[in-house]
Ligand binder design. Structure first.
Ligand code: SF4
Ligand code: SF4
Length: 253
């Protein structure tokens, strides 16, 4: 996912079409899983830690590193690479991707990239999302005769669900260049916990005075207890409150 207002690649819409097919046996098979920087979204982390049967902390410690964007102070999480010569993805094995059903959103999108111009309307959310082709010389999939619209590709790869769940997170960093929005260390830690370290956020919500301080409807509390996606979405709302982006929560009287 790319967020830029400086370099604008050729912009495509959901209706644009392209030829592509990727399958075991194609001459370039697995070459795209080497020496790449994969930024993980909150829902990527949730899916992969469940897949590996790890806590979010264990997954983050063993498989990722954090990059703090200097201008905004926002933390972003990236997948580690193996230390071999080719710098392979840690999930790439002989037979292919071992987490394929839970692979990150950027792997699902490939060879399409997603970007947004920095336009954000608080009443409707992110505006001006667009797509572009990632044409790497090693990728032979473009030579295949299967045709897609970008819209159909997103649905086929299941990435529409990822975008839907991650929307609240993206809305957080779309405000990053507003005056005074550079995160201090405390807010960085809160952002990291709410968006990436979900098990720590669960403890924070359910094992502290949190629910005594905030007025959260009982129905929502129950959903958060039983559904990690609901907890994650609540984390995005809590960050919006903390960063004073929107009054998403109310204090108890
Ligand atoms: S390089 Fe392209 S066609 Fe080859 S395996 Fe990767 S995505 Fe598929
Ligand atoms: S997560 Fe899977 S699909 Fe993505 S780079 Fe790693 S091995 Fe390839």
């Amino acid at each position: 996912m790319l967020n830029t207002d400086a370099i604008v690649p050729h912009q495509l819409t959901l209706k644009d079409r392209f030829n592509f097919r990727c399958y075991p046996g194609i001459s370039c098979y697995k070459s795209c899983c080497k020496n790449i920087d994969i930024m993980l979204t909150p829902y990527d982390i949730l899916r992969i830690k469940k897949r590996l049967n790890l806590t979010s902390r264990e997954f983050l410690m063993n498989y990722t590193y954090t990059f703090i964007e200097p201008k905004s102070g926002y933390p972003f999480v990236f997948l580690n690479k193996n230390s071999d010569e080719e710098k392979t993805c840690p999930f790439l094995y002989e037979a292919g991707c071992i987490i394929y059903e839970d692979r990150p959103a950027s792997c699902r999108y490939y060879p399409i990239g997603q970007a947004s111009l920095k336009r954000f309307d608080f009443s409707v959310g992110i505006t001006d999302e667009y797509y572009f082709f990632i044409r790497e010389p090693h990728c032979q999939g473009f030579k295949e005769d299967k045709e897609w619209s970008i819209e159909d590709w997103r649905i086929d790869q299941g990435v529409d669900l990822y975008d839907d769940i991650n929307r609240g997170w993206r809305e957080l960093f779309f405000t990053k260049n507003l005056p005074g929005q550079k995160l201090d260390e405390m807010k960085q830690k809160a952002f990291y916990m709410c968006c990436y370290n979900l098990d720590a956020f669960r403890n924070f919500v359910f094992e502290s005075r949190f629910l005594k301080v905030f007025d959260i409807p009982e129905e929502r509390v129950e959903k958060m207890k039983n559904d990690e996606v609901e907890l994650l979405k609540f984390g995005f709302d809590y960050m919006k409150y903390l960063l004073m982006i929107k009054e998403t929560l109310k204090l108890k009287s």
